[in-house]
Design a protein around this ligand. Structure first.
Ligand SMILES: *Cc1c(COP(=O)(O)O)cnc(C)c1O
Length: 297
């Protein structure tokens, strides 16, 4: 898939701190691709390679009606000449198709709407066997791209992190990207994850089991910036991301990256980052899910 080879690291220090000894910049992975953006592009690469190596002509994956992963998979499959099937959470999603699901269909993805009780069995081999019986032989990617291949793909994000960075910040959904990054980056670079959902701290155990033995150090989850839960975006957060866009020109997404940037600013105000910190915030994309009128021109 054609991508922009140079990913800018954009300095936003003046908007975030007047401490002359702290630097904040944003790694613009959102610019990779209009749909397969941010961390999704990395998580999908190894999956696409494995599917092709295994002679599969179809991907099958899971997601909700607003899922960045689902639509990224649809677009990546189409670009690679593969078919795709998306298992969508909830029958209600069929009644009013979201722009995300419409984009999935436009990429040729076949959608299967699953009741809550069925969807919950998304890792149950028996249900997976039924799905592939119905839709044909498929390379299965778990929800959110949370798999060994996803983590290995995420490791490649490390190549874009400058050696001088002291703190790497990123949004957390499944923790797959954080795990890949921690496994790939040198230990002295501290990784801070900002879960987008309430009680995201529970992910720590899952992350830990997937870290290499000598890598379970210098990473943490800041779970106080969920703003009420996954996909909740109160007015103050919208005001913040609009102001951020006006100042920096960088569009954030409502589900993940706005919460992370708010969290970083809050931690800066509280003096969390020591003098000399060189903070890199990873823009993991997700802009496809924003409403079209979010950034007035
Ligand atoms: C999917 C997604 C995440 C979460 O990534 P994980 O690897 O599941 O933790 C973060 N930010 C954006 C914009 C996403 O779309």
């Amino acid at each position: 898939m054609a991508i922009t080879p140079d990913i800018p690291l954009q300095d936003i220090t003046p908007y975030f701190t007047d401490d002359g000894n702290i630097r904040v910049s944003v790694l613009r992975l959102d610019l990779l691709h209009p749909v397969v953006s941010g961390n999704k592009w990395f998580k999908l690469q190894e999956n696409l390679a494995a599917a092709e190596a295994g002679g599969y002509d179809q991907l099958l994956t899971f997601g909700g009606a607003y899922s960045n992963h689902l639509v990224a998979t649809a677009a990546a499959a189409a670009a690679a000449g593969l078919k795709s099937v998306g298992i969508v959470h909830g029958l209600h999603a069929r009644e009013a198709l979201t722009p995300t699901l419409i984009a999935c269909l436009a990429s040729g993805m076949q959608l299967h709407f699953a009741e809550r009780q069925d969807y919950r069995r998304k890792t149950d081999p028996e249900w997976l066997a039924k799905l592939t019986e119905r839709y044909g032989r498929s390379y299965i990617i778990p929800e959110g791209g949370a798999s060994e291949a996803g983590r290995r793909g995420a490791e490649r994000m490390a190549a874009y992190i400058p050696e001088t960075a002291t703190h790497i910040c990123l949004s957390v959904g499944t923790g797959t990207s954080l795990t890949g990054l921690r496994n790939a980056l040198p230990a002295h670079q501290i990784i801070i994850g900002f879960p987008a959902m309430k009680g995201g701290g529970y992910l720590a155990g899952e992350i830990r089991t997937n870290l290499m033995a000598d890598k379970d150090d210098d990473w943490l989850l800041m779970d106080a910036y969920h703003f009420g839960g996954f996909a909740k975006c109160p007015p103050e957060l919208i005001r913040f991301l609009r102001a951020f866009h006006r100042c920096t020109g960088i569009p954030l997404d409502m589900v993940y990256t706005a919460k992370m940037m708010w969290g970083i600013r809050d931690l800066l105000h509280k003096g969390f980052f020591p003098t000399g910190s060189d903070i890199v915030a990873i823009h993991t994309g997700g802009l496809q899910g924003n409403p079209p009128d979010l950034f007035p021109t």
